[in-house]
Design a protein around this ligand. Sequence first.
Ligand code: SAJ
Length: 413
Amino acid sequence: MRICILGLGYIGLPTALLFAAHGADVVGVDVKQNLVDCLNQGTLPFSEPGIEDLYRDARERFVAKTEPEAADVFLIAVPTPLDAATKVSNLSYVKNAADMIAPRLAGGNLVILESTVPPGTSERVVIPRLEKSGVVVGDFQYAHCPERAIPGRTLQEMTTNTRIIGGYDRDSAERAASIYRTFVTGQIYRTDTRTAEFVKLMENTSRDVSIALANEFAQLAEECGINVWKAITLANKHPRVSILNPGPGVGGHCIAIDPWFLTENSTRCKMVSTAREINDSMPNYVLHAVRSLLAGVRNPTISIFGVAYKGNIGDTRESPALKLIQLAENEGYAVRCHDPHVGEFPYPLMNAKDATVGSDCLVVLADHNCFCTVEPADLQMRTKFVVDTRNILDHEKWTKQGFIVRVLGDGSP
Ligand code: SAJ
């Protein structure tokens, strides 16, 4: 089987390597020439547990190119960004991928869309573009199979998670299922394309709303002088309650974006957009906590630990750190950043010592495990304030070293 995978990002590349390592001949396609060159020379563009070993297993059957080639199966895994100004999905990469496939499409081919899209996109946008080939759907097969793997555990989850396959027709769903079966050990559920598109968006929206609720609880708990972390632990003892963790906001390329895909055509829904607003406002709330600690400190400097959007990964897309840094700089603070997991970031990254020497407040944003073992005695800060937005530090240890520790939602006055 020959598979042509368009988009070699966080989803497309691992998917391509998994197919190749399980016996398919894979052409990975990306418009970025330097990414294609690097991959063909053996350099991976990002790290994920297990991906280097997988790449070694896949290499014989994987080649990267900038143009698609004729294949039995085409798989689209390109980004679907959100237009920040309009909060409407930008489908240009998906359209472009379909347009690139069309001239190579033949009867009997299967096209799979993995990219997350608003409901109806397969029928209204992707299939009509593919049909410009002169081959009509039915003569080629089509399925939407949204990816569900979590960054940091991508390979494991791509293999073991359940998959939803939305087939244009029964044959399309069966064929797509049999292809994923080459490496997926989780259950495979079949449905239609529009339902599959909707299900994917519901999943991420549900998580966004749950996090927003935790963030709202954190703010309410503070107003009541209650520690939200202790309260959540107790509430979660209930057999049917499972509250998530508050934090500095929701980042990443999925949960911070996908809910808008669900509501972009709706005139009446409120909860989804309210949750988005709550989560987007969390950096403001964190800054508020920093500001109350730093009142009276002249020319304050703050040190941000963890600019990745979440713990133990190096991905900074839509990270709450970006907004917090901008807000803090606009407030007149000098901001220094430290993140051992992140390679590239719009602001300079420093080691822990340089980021904290002479600083007035340490703000822990991403819950990297390595931050739990930072020794407060090693830090030479001017003013010993800490804002722990993830409740991950050993607060007793920090307090013993003279730090005033403020945990997001801890109810302290
Ligand atoms: N977060 C909290 N509190 C929590 C959990 C998460 O503040 O209790 C924050 C994280 O710090 C992060 C954001 O939410 O900033 C999102 O992180 P995440 O770990 O919840 O999810 P993602 O964005 O890394 O991956 C999600 C996953 N979706 C679901 O769990 C429903 C993953 O399965 C999807 O494949 C992925 O989106 C995607 O690509 O759509």
